[in-house]
Write a protein that binds this ligand. Structure first.
Ligand code: SUD
Ligand code: ADP
Length: 297
């Protein structure tokens, strides 16, 4: 049973002050993009995981892997043993701000639910996703959605067209809690406003207007990611100089995202990024992408 799950970019990431539970309230506008992990599950004697792909050695193969946790949570809810082998074919950068671990969690959940014939409702699956992590519900749903609360409460959004993106993959990852911690440090003594979704941004998504979307994108975690990884400013400058309509850090980073007009512009920006030596790889991807779905039985 194989499930394909997309990566995401946050076209708006508005971050509020730290909550007593350590999380931050968000207005998180997710857009699923066409870079995918594939999660395959098979019956096995016990729960085991393997992973292949360019970043495979950075992926934990124990029970902390979000795909393993998804299988365990689903099995526990149904009083069965999580005896599956999970294989992750990983193409989403690891610890890159593109929700690769979340994608694997959502993928394993859907794959196990299908393999075990459980037929869980969308609501049941989304509630397990929210338990796994703030970004996991969106990986299941895909498309575009506004995430509120810590990002797990989703309102699906209409997208009136397709968008072209280039992603610059950085060397090494950034820890999401460390970036939120740096956000808190940079905002010490400042009254952080409640996060609100931008009407102009939602409108740009709805109408498929790339220029309006480029004007409206924002990421409140970008100063924190740049503070922890100042070299990202060079990557952003290369993409902007090569004609990107908008250049921003993807979520907590360190992947940087470039919104471009069309496929030709995407190739131009990707070529400039590769030649610049400011990133490990440049990937072209379209959006919106569909959420987790079974691709092979
Ligand atoms: C920043 C975002 C943007 O979409 O993702 P990435 O760019 O890292 O992929 C998310 O908010 C990451 O979501 P996710 O990676 O699922 O985070 P979780 O596992 O729920 O939480 C990991 C840690 O991040 C911090 N965290 C996460 C979400 C949130 N709303 N406030 C937080 O402060 C907390 O320190 C928490 O302990
Ligand atoms: N299936 C998985 N794939 C990648 N990382 C995972 C997975 N499960 C757990 N992790 C852990 O989650 C951390 C964050 O990885 P990832 O989800 O790729 O990045 P981000 O949170 O920046 O989007 C990794 O450093 C790793 O320790």
């Amino acid at each position: 049973m194989t499930v394909r799950v997309p990566a995401k970019v946050n076209v708006q990431l508005a971050v509020g002050g730290a909550r007593p539970d350590g999380f931050h309230d968000l207005a998180n506008v997710f857009l699923a993009v066409g870079l995918y992990d594939e999660v395959t599950v098979r019956p096995a004697a016990s729960l085991t995981i393997t992973c292949t792909g360019p970043d495979a050695e950075q992926v934990p193969l124990d029970r902390t892997n979000l795909a393993a946790r998804a299988a365990e949570l689903l099995a526990a809810r149904h009083g069965i043993a999580p005896d599956v082998h999970i294989h992750i074919a990983k193409d989403i950068p690891v610890a890159g701000g593109m929700a690769g671990g979340s994608a694997d969690g959502a993928g394993a959940l859907l794959a196990c639910d299908t393999l075990w014939g459980l037929g869980s409702s969308r609501e049941e699956l989304l509630s397990i996703c929210a338990e796994l992590g703030s970004d996991v519900p969106f990986s299941l749903v895909g498309g575009a959605a506004l995430g509120t609360g810590r990002g797990e409460r989703l309102t699906e959004l209409e997208v009136g067209g397709s968008f072209h993106w280039v992603f610059a993959v950085a060397d090494g990852g950034l820890s999401t809690p460390a970036v939120y911690g740096e956000f808190d440090r940079l905002n010490e003594g400042v009254s952080v406003p409640d996060p609100v979704a931008s009407p102009a941004l939602l409108d740009a998504l709805c109408t498929g207007d790339v220029l309006a979307l480029a004007d409206a994108v924002s990421n409140d975690l970008q100063p924190a990611a740049l503070s922890l990884r100042p070299s990202l400013a060079d990557t952003l400058a290369v993409g902007a100089g090569a004609g990107a309509l908008a250049s921003l850090v993807s979520g907590s980073g360190p992947t940087t995202a470039f919104l471009v007009k069309d496929e030709d512009a995407a190739e131009g920006v990707a070529t400039a990024l590769r030649a610049s030596g400011t990133c490990r790889a440049a990937r072209v991807a379209g959006a919106p992408a569909t959420g987790a779905r079974v691709v092979a039985v």
